[in-house]
Design a protein around this ligand. Structure first.
Ligand SMILES: Cc1cc2nc3c(=O)[nH]c(=O)nc-3n(C[C@H](O)[C@H](O)[C@H](O)COP(=O)(O)O)c2cc1C
Length: 370
């Protein structure tokens, strides 16, 4: 870590061959407090660690001598054809690590034909990012207290050509971010939530001494199931809920006509002491059926991680922090390289496991000791 971060590299050194290499290298390119904000999780980081642990203890059972010469990583998600199942998760403020921010990430996603989910809290406008994207772009929505303003964000996303709305439902509050607090993280000058510039000022709620700053304060902005239904009735875009872990919530979402879910604990950054998305994926797949789109994220950093997620019921996976590491280290070419590594690792894994298509990756491809 450094308070004098190195500028992004202009060429990728041959030693950078995995996402872990980018993660290690990133510390030298990111100011300390920002690095701590990115890398950290909620409270004691139990969920953050669990995301990796669960992936590590899930093992693959390869089948040999299969013909994979017609192999492909192609998949259909929400009616769109994807070349591979890796997506850029919505991540706020890419300018924290690179002056070109989301514009560079969008160029990289386009080069690798990876869908990008653009955060409400992007540091370039959602329109300018869409202008860089030739791969599918989805817009991640954080509900705002002013519902008309929330709807105006949706209208902007529709006009800019985003093809799906991903509503994040697990982060109405930041959670307890002790690591970022200890490091004294705050947004540096020049980095802001540009999409929210025209947000009407919040009516300053005056709380009675008996009222809670959380329940009667911050949570008054949080959406409920009624708000989701309200929004769904006002857009033609498919709606995905991000941050669902409970099978009961998954069924409620499906019954409401929600097109897809991201089974996720927000990279271990919101409520601590929850399981990883991967752990709940099979149960959620069971209760919602085969039709509903299921994505998963949390610690995905290898082709083998995506393989495991697909075996457990995911249609595609999203990567969060690795985007920022690669962006900090080598800008757009770093992010493109990161995506290429993932795609190639998945192809190698599928070949060696004897599964030529994503449809062949079922729970039988995993090792389950008796
Ligand atoms: C620095 C940072 C900012 C994030 N910002 C958002 C955001 O604006 N909206 C959102 O829905 N999720 C956000 N997330 C969560 C990611 O979309 C994703 O769920 C998580 O990073 C996946 O875990 P991983 O980082 O281990 O891949 C953010 C994550 C990080 C690390």
């Amino acid at each position: 870590m450094s308070d004098k971060p190195e500028p992004p590299l202009s060429a990728i050194p041959p030693q950078l061959v995995s996402l872990a290499d980018y993660a290690d290298r990133a510390a030298a390119h990111i100011p300390t407090a920002i690095y701590e904000y990115i890398v950290g999780g909620g409270a004691d980081e139990i969920s953050l660690k669990r995301n990796r642990e669960v992936l590590d203890r899930t093992l693959i059972l390869p089948r040999v001598l299969a013909d994979v010469t017609r192999g492909t990583t192609e998949t259909r998600v929400l009616g769109e054809q994807f070349r591979h199942p890796f997506m850029l998760a919505p991540v706020a403020f890419h300018r924290l690590v690179h002056p070109q921010g989301e514009l560079a990430s969008a160029r990289a996603a386009s080069a690798l034909e990876a869908p990008m989910v653009v955060s409400t809290l992007s540091s370039y406008t959602l329109e300018s990012i869409a202008a860089e994207l030739t791969s599918p772009g989805w817009f991640q929505l954080y509900f705002q207290q002013d519902r008309d303003f929330t709807l105006s964000l949706v209208r902007r996303a529709e006009a800019a050509g985003y093809s799906a709305l991903m509503i994040t439902v697990d982060a109405s509050l930041h959670g307890i971010r002790n690591r970022a607090q200890r490091a004294g993280f705050e947004l540096p000058p020049g980095v802001e939530a540009v999409n929210l510039r025209d947000r009407p000022p919040l009516p300053g709620a005056v709380l009675e001494p008996s009222q809670s700053i959380v329940f009667q304060g911050m949570m008054t902005e949080a959406p409920t199931w009624e708000d989701i239904a309200w929004l769904q009735a006002r857009t033609q875009l498919p709606v995905i809920l991000k941050g669902v872990l409970s099978p009961a919530d998954a069924v409620m979402a499906r019954d409401l006509g929600i097109a897809g879910l991201v089974v996720s604990n927000h990279g271990g950054r919101t409520l601590d002491c929850v399981p990883s998305g991967l752990e709940l994926l099979p149960a959620i797949r069971r209760v919602v059926g085969e039709e509903m789109t299921l994505l998963v994220d949390g610690a995905i950093a290898r082709g083998t991680d995506a393989f495991k997620a697909i075996a457990l019921g995911a249609d595609a996976v999203m990567v969060g922090r690795p985007q920022l590491y690669a962006l900090a280290v080598a800008g757009a070419q770093g992010v493109a390289h990161m995506l290429r590594i993932l795609r190639e690792e998945l192809e190698v894994c599928m070949s060696l496991a004897g599964t030529p298509t994503l449809a062949d990756i079922t729970q039988d491809a995993l090792y389950r000791p008796d």
